[in-house]
Design a protein around this ligand. Structure first.
Ligand SMILES: *[C@@H]1O[C@H](CO)[C@@H](O)[C@H](O)[C@H]1NC(C)=O
Ligand SMILES: *[C@@H]1O[C@H](CO)[C@@H](O)[C@H](O)[C@H]1NC(C)=O
Ligand SMILES: *[C@@H]1O[C@H](CO)[C@@H](O)[C@H](O)[C@H]1NC(C)=O
Length: 349
């Protein structure tokens, strides 16, 4: 079993999710007196303050496992067109890569922190968490034709409890991980939560005779995690390299190459340059781009030129089945035929 007090808990929990599931299952099926001290000890890799959260709020663990799954899925989708495709989250042996303080780890920490708070905020709304309820109804009166209603995502609770869990490994006094790395992870986690705050938007539902929408019921809801991940990807692309330097009485992270200015609250920061991810190098956490699919007509990062690092590519054909010749029938259904089409695709040499 892994001890992973020094690494981000959500990455860690990826591996631990089966342990957590077992613990939660044992709890829910047990009609005996529940010994939470015991149960939370069954979850390896939790640092002490996380284990304490677990004891006081065991159902939270299920939510965090769900967040860990979301992080993996969303990260891989968001980076499907990049050389680094978030494989580090998949293969535990690449985890050291995410601990090196690279741009990629900056993204993963920010996304993890956002995802944990996001999932908790939503779990309050769906009733999956008993210790919280809907978020507050806004104080201001909405425009005419609109009224507040529904159940707001509880962002406040999500941020409060989520940051307690996410930041616990970085706030521990001892244990492994350099001070600089901890500062970096804490900063990037906060950036992730800031992006999450900006993702709280007004959502409305129409009412009125036959969908006339004469009155709308509105609440504050969070955008999907993939939107948040896209914002963070933009920040990843423009992340700032920093160094750990004495500033006043303490050592802080300051931008490396730019004029003297403090680190901005809305920028992702990293300490170590990344490899180009072209070739396989397990030590650096690169799986390389051999066999990756590329896009011959794209001019972006998924273009065959960039993705394959100039090595060239091999074409292959694939049959895709699509719905076609669709017909609308009164009232109200659609029938379609299935058409087969051959498409040419390319993979890097
Ligand atoms: C729970 O289990 C731990 C470890 O086995 C034990 O020390 C503790 O006394 C138990 N607590 C209760 C309330 O049964
Ligand atoms: C990432 O790229 C590697 C190397 O080509 C590949 O083996 C892996 O399946 C990819 N992962 C995802 C999630 O696409
Ligand atoms: C390839 O890139 C082009 C241009 O960006 C895009 O329109 C097309 O959908 C992409 N093809 C695939 C298979 O992703």
């Amino acid at each position: 079993q892994h001890r992973c007090s020094h690494i981000n808990s959500s990455i860690c929990l990826n591996r631990l999710s089966s342990c957590v599931k077992n613990a939660v299952k044992a709890l829910s099926t047990s009609n005996q007196h529940i010994n939470k001290t015991q149960q939370c000890k069954m979850l390896p890799g939790l640092v002490s303050s996380q284990a304490q959260l677990c004891r006081t709020n065991l159902e939270l663990m299920q939510t965090i496992v769900q967040a860990a799954r979301e992080v993996k899925k969303t990260c891989q989708k968001t980076f499907a067109d990049m050389r680094w495709n978030c494989s580090s989250i998949e293969a535990p042996k690449y985890l050291p890569d995410l601990e090196r303080g690279t741009r990629e780890s900056a993204f993963v920490y920010a996304l993890s922190a956002a995802a944990i708070s996001h999932t908790i905020a939503r779990a309050c709304t769906t009733g999956d968490l008993k210790l919280c309820t809907c978020g507050p109804i806004p104080g201001d009166t909405p425009e005419p034709g609109y009224r507040w209603g529904g159940c707001a995502d509880n962002l406040h609770y999500g941020l409060l409890v989520g940051s307690k869990f996410s930041d616990a490994p970085m706030k521990m006094k001892k244990k492994s991980g350099s001070h600089a790395n901890k500062l970096m992870h804490l900063h990037n986690s906060e950036v992730g939560r800031q992006v999450l705050k900006d993702a709280l938007v007004m959502k409305c539902k129409c009412h009125g005779v036959s969908g006339s929408c004469s009155i709308r019921t509105c609440w504050r809801g969070l955008q999907d995690l993939k939107e948040i991940a896209m914002d963070l990807k933009a920040k990843y692309l423009s992340a700032t390299k920093v160094v750990h330097r004495p500033m006043g009485t303490r050592k802080q992270l300051v931008p490396k190459d730019i004029d003297i200015r403090p680190v901005r609250e809305n920028e992702l920061v990293y300490l170590q340059s990344s490899p180009d991810f072209c070739t396989r190098n397990e030590k650096l956490g690169s799986v390389g781009t051999q066999e990756r699919q590329c896009n011959k007509t794209s001019s972006g990062s998924d273009s065959c030129d960039l993705m394959c690092c100039g090595r060239g590519y091999n074409p292959y054909t694939e049959k895709v089945v699509e719905r076609c010749h669709c017909k609308y029938h009164w009232c109200c259904y659609v029938t379609c035929k299935k058409c087969e089409r051959t498409v040419e695709r390319y993979v890097c040499k």
